[in-house]
Design a protein around this ligand. Sequence first.
Ligand code: UDP
Ligand code: MG
Length: 134
Amino acid sequence: MERSYVMLKPDACERKLIGRIISRIEDKGYKITNMKMMYLNEKILREHYAHLVDKPFFPNLVEFMTSGPVVGMIVEGEDVIKGIRILMGPTNWYEALPGTIRGDFANTTTCNLIHGSDSVESAEIEIKRFFGNA
Ligand code: UDP
Ligand code: MG
């Protein structure tokens, strides 16, 4: 069964949206097989967002992602990586349609509530990064 690493970002926790977002994932039929709340530091964010470290917005992204706890999850299901990305909506809030998590709840590009792996390879790397050998 395919696995995705999903992470509810600090804005989801601060806005008390984690229950509603988790419900959307479960309503779609996906199974959460591991979950924990944690605080991230810059070191792990430089790994997780390695593709963005040279972007001008990276310091803001670190500030946001360390501003409060996140909820990391392993989510399982058929084609779950693509399925979660569809539930999330695209990165940019103005492209995310109503009905998607970002389309319904996000109005900035940085604070967009949720992370979901973008490929099988990155899912396995991210699961190892945040859950070890789960
Ligand atoms: N991000 C940002 N500004 C941008 C692009 C991305 O602050 O112009 C943040 C945003 O929180 C995004 C994260 O960096 O979710 C990771 O970017 P990526 O391109 O991987 O988007 P995602 O996979 O989260 O849709
Ligand atoms: Mg990404």
